[in-house]
Design a protein around this ligand. Structure first.
Ligand code: SF4
Length: 251
């Protein structure tokens, strides 16, 4: 990416671009980031991080081979959990169905519930800036949530709701075949990794999700970063780490 453009995006993220000290190359700076070797990557899906407590049992799988449109219709008509009674509409997901990157958030908020699209409003704008900082336009990725319906009052999703809804995301992943998943925020990360570990312990590591063992990296939710801008630099480190992981994937 053009260095001047990257600086501009980093400023949008509220991050002062790093200036390399004399004698250091960008490669050596990148090498200073925490890395996880392939052998350390933890398998996730049926079982995950060793310290993870047991979660609710898996919901029945969907019928196999649902197309994007069939899946979208299935979600739009879904009544598998009580959130169907309070939603304005389902929020299926948006983006390039051939994208390498799948960004997964927690659940729709009020604005998303109203517009039917994930990550809109100020948090969505910051997510767009975060993606642009690593050279990706919003339209080049696919964006979805663990839950397709808004929990009332923006409360945290209940484990049972996530269990019921997860098969939809799993089918989206099967259709998309992403090179990498970026879990944004504690709720998304904990539900995908089936762990109660805090986000600070989950970031900067490479996990594998599901039967296809899709590489998964965790970072902060943009709504959290709006409240805690001092952590934007850590998010930037996570994005660079995710980009490194993605670059190693042969699809
Ligand atoms: S949250 Fe998911 S499982 Fe619950 S009603 Fe909405 S689409 Fe169905």
């Amino acid at each position: 990416m053009n260095p001047a453009l990257r600086k501009e995006y980093l400023r949008a993220l509220g991050i002062t671009p790093w200036v390399l000290r004399a004698g250091k190359t960008s490669e050596t700076a990148a090498a200073a980031l925490p890395r996880v070797e392939e052998s350390q990557a933890r398998a996730v899906g049926a079982s995950v991080v060793p310290s993870a407590p047991p979660r609710a049992p898996q919901a029945p799988p969907l019928e196999e081979n649902l197309s994007w449109e069939q899946l979208r219709s299935r979600v739009a008509a879904c009544t598998r959990c009580a959130l169907s009674k309070t939603r304005t509409q389902t929020v299926f997901g948006v983006g390039d169905p051939n994208a390498d990157w799948l960004v997964v958030g927690e659940a729709p908020g009020a604005e998303e519930d109203r517009r039917g699209e994930p990550f809109v409003g100020r948090a969505g704008q910051l997510l767009d800036s975060m993606l642009r900082a690593i050279g990706l336009a919003r339209g080049q990725v696919y964006i979805a949530n663990v839950l397709k319906c808004r929990p009332p009052g923006n409360r945290d999703p209940a484990p049972a709701e996530c269990t019921e809804c997860l098969p939809y995301l799993e089918r989206q992943i099967a259709l998309l075949k992403p090179k990498i998943m970026l879990a944004v925020g504690r709720i998304a990360a904990q539900n995908l990794l089936k762990t109660d570990s805090p986000l600070s312990k989950l970031r900067q590591q490479e996990y594998r999700f599901g039967a296809a063992r899709v590489p998964l990296v965790v970072t902060y939710h943009p709504a959290y970063l709006l409240r805690t801008p001092t952590d934007k630099r850590k998010a930037w480190e996570d994005l660079k780490f995710a980009r490194e992981v993605c670059a190693r994937v042969d699809r």
